[in-house]
Design a protein around this ligand. Structure first.
Ligand code: SF4
Ligand code: SF4
Length: 77
């Protein structure tokens, strides 16, 4: 059974990770995230809610600071 966060089913997917050493807090990644799973923290940094990330890479291609890394896929059970 698929849901809105797993449009391709329960198979391995990459997850986005924001490196706070490079993030300048512009919020572009969140603007372009199709599942709206990137949130600004009280300290101003942006963080990916990896439970809702589908690995589409939209945040990565739109981050001009190169702060987004795609983590290796994990097999979901
Ligand atoms: S687009 Fe890049 S620099 Fe801007 S908030 Fe997102 S991760 Fe940070
Ligand atoms: S990879 Fe896609 S779904 Fe995941 S945080 Fe980036 S834009 Fe959002």
């Amino acid at each position: 059974m698929s849901d809105q966060y797993r449009p391709f089913g329960r198979k391995a997917r990459q997850l986005a990770f924001i490196d706070h050493d490079w993030c300048i807090g512009c919020g572009y990644c969140a603007m372009f995230c199709i599942t709206k799973c990137i949130y600004q923290q009280p300290d101003g940094f942006w963080t990916v809610d990896q439970d809702h990330c589908i690995g589409c890479r939209s945040c990565k291609v739109n981050c001009f600071m190169g702060a987004v890394t795609m983590l290796p896929p994990k097999q979901e059970g």
